[in-house]
Design a protein around this ligand. Sequence first.
Ligand SMILES: *[C@@H]1O[C@H](CO)[C@@H](O)[C@H](O)[C@H]1NC(C)=O
Length: 328
Amino acid sequence: MEQRRDHQDNCYAGPQDAACDSCTGRKRKAVKSCLVCLVSYCEDHLQPHYDSPNFKKHKLVDPSKKLQENFCSRHDEVMKIFCRTDQQCICYLCNMEEHQDHETVPAATERAEKQKELQESRQQIHQRIQDREEIVNLFQQEVEAINVSADKAVEDSEKIFTELIRLLQKRSSEVKQQIRSQQETEVSRVKGLQEKLEQEITELKRKDAELEQLSITEDHNQFLLNYPSLPALRESTHSSRIKIRPLRYFTDVTAAVSELRDKLQDVLRDTWRIISLKVNEVDDLLSEPETRTELLRCLQEITMDPNTASIFLLLSEGNRKVTLTNQQ
Ligand SMILES: *[C@@H]1O[C@H](CO)[C@@H](O)[C@H](O)[C@H]1NC(C)=O
């Protein structure tokens, strides 16, 4: 029940709808408007248009609320004539009165001509859309190419910098290893000398003890007998050769590594300029010449046909410039 009432409600014209002009009382929604009767019909009232051959030539269109605009406001007659002079629709009475000397044609004729122009405009628009879409596609391809190239450059340079870092780390540990090895050699050389000197000290102390023993011998004969058997004091082999150098040792290495750092920084700074330049040059490479030639390929010279142009268009510059005028 509910549904049925809804359906019936839906049959009646609301404020938005074109209403049936034949309904008396509450008006139902129109399903068609007739351009000959200039009346809108609901389903029931439209039926004669389908059934009777008298209506055969009537033109039915989707229901319209604006059918009144088809009537001349002065004479209340259907406007079936177009005045080209004033660019407006008029009725046959207007045509006989104030538009008498004007250029007039049946509205249908004017419509047919304008329809043709409109069709041509649409064709031009479609062509333009197609051209633009082609360019958009080219740009899309370009975006993809830029992305692929940028991704690869990022990946490659990351790899290269990683290699550089690894190389520096390798050099760093090599320097460390060399220093440690040299340190060990030096330390053991100094330790060796130290040990020999300590041996010598022990030996000298022993000899000094013997001499002391002899010096306190009371018996002269005994003293003189033992004296020559004492070995002569040898000159120390080491002490004269040892030179104590200033305490610098590995500071020269630090200086050399610092120099390497400074040189690398110089190289990095100089190369950096070149790298930045190359990154910025990409812009020029992309826009010249490929994209430009692609764009030029899509450009088309257009010329207007003066025979088909509207009489209110002014053609100039070899029919390539169009200006809208209010004179014929
Ligand atoms: C290109 O890269 C940009 C930025 O990473 C991204 O937003 C875009 O979706 C990418 N376009 C294509 C077509 O790959």
